[in-house]
Design a protein around this ligand. Structure first.
Ligand code: SF4
Length: 318
């Protein structure tokens, strides 16, 4: 008997979003225009391969601005920074390039606006994630972080009639709505954000993985363990019916045992993952018989963002 057909369903959209593309290009251009070293506060985007590649070209990743020599050039990552970080950089007379994704900046603006209007702001997101630290740093006295529906019992507000929720941009849409539902049961007047805070790229990648998960014995998600949107894709795949799902940085991390008895592998990648890593996984799968690849398209993405202000004039003159 011949082998049952082994196939790969490839999610589209997957991989780089507009904010990541812009942030990575910002570091590349900074290196071209100013020469190495260029300091980057935190990982420019949460992907091991991207960070290592930029390090090889002369980027130096630091945790805080006090590790950057006075007067040097530092890039702020796509996840955004709090006003305190801008102030520290100014104190050290650092030259800065702000690669914060415009969709994160939008959430910062919402936080500032509702803090000015004296709301209690419930920020749905993960404690310790850089984006959440940056957003909550805009108005720490007004913002409480709510990680999940389980946290809701511990939330207290000054005026239950004046409460709004905002969120991290890279959460699971379904889990966030469960948390919001629990918050609204406690605070019926809870207001919604003026527009979706979970960004288009996060939502689109979750929709694409949901569309194929039930047909897949295994879903592989290419992405790093500190990438929130990548980790969410594994969870979404499992919730949507995938037999199993794993997060991998590289093709070499695929364990042959995962493929035992598998006919259909779903493949996707997080918003910080370059396509070359997905190609590596496709090549590895083809070597073991998964050479039929079908792309499952649920949306076309055309959004692009202009480069950070600090890089625009020099780019125009290239
Ligand atoms: S995942 Fe969304 S918020 Fe984050 S960089 Fe990409 S577009 Fe911006």
């Amino acid at each position: 008997m011949s082998d049952p057909v082994k196939r790969v369903l490839l999610a589209k959209p997957r991989g780089y979003c507009a904010g990541v593309d812009r942030a990575v290009e910002a570091v590349e251009l900074a290196l071209e225009q100013h020469g190495a070293p260029v300091y980057v506060r935190k990982q420019i985007v949460h992907n091991k391969h991207v960070v290592e590649t930029l390090e090889e070209r002369g980027a130096i990743f630091v945790d805080e601005t006090d590790e950057v020599p006075p007067g040097a050039l530092v890039v702020f990552s796509a996840h955004g920074v709090s006003p305190a970080v801008h102030a520290q950089a100014a104190e050290r007379e650092l030259r800065t390039i702000d690669a914060t994704c415009p969709l994160v900046t939008k959430v910062h603006h919402e936080a500032k606006r509702f803090a000015r209007e004296d709301y209690d702001i419930l920020l749905v997101g993960h404690h310790g994630h850089e984006e959440v630290e940056g957003t909550s740093g805009e108005a720490p006295e007004h913002i409480q972080i709510v990680e999940s529906a389980e946290d809701v019992g511990g939330v207290t507000v000054r005026d239950p009639e004046k409460v709004i929720w905002l969120s991290q941009t890279t959460l699971s849409v379904d889990e966030t709505m469960q948390t919001v539902h629990a918050l609204r049961e406690r605070f019926p007047a809870l207001q919604n954000p003026p527009s979706d805070d979970i960004c288009y790229a996060t939502q689109n990648r979750q929709v694409a993985v949901k569309a194929m998960a039930a047909q897949c014995d295994l879903v592989l998600v290419v992405g790093s363990t500190n990438s929130s949107n990548s980790v969410r894709l594994v969870e979404v795949a499992l919730q949507a019916g995938a037999g199993a799902s794993y997060l991998i940085d590289y093709a070499r991390e695929i364990d042959d045992a995962w493929l035992d008895g598998v006919r259909t592998v779903g493949l996707t990648s997080g918003a910080s993952v370059p396509e070359v890593l997905v190609r590596g996984v496709l090549d590895r799968l083809a070597e073991v018989g998964f050479d039929s690849v079908e792309e499952i398209t649920t949306a076309e993405e055309t959004l692009t963002f202009s480069l950070p202000r600090e890089l625009r004039p020099s780019r125009a003159s290239r």
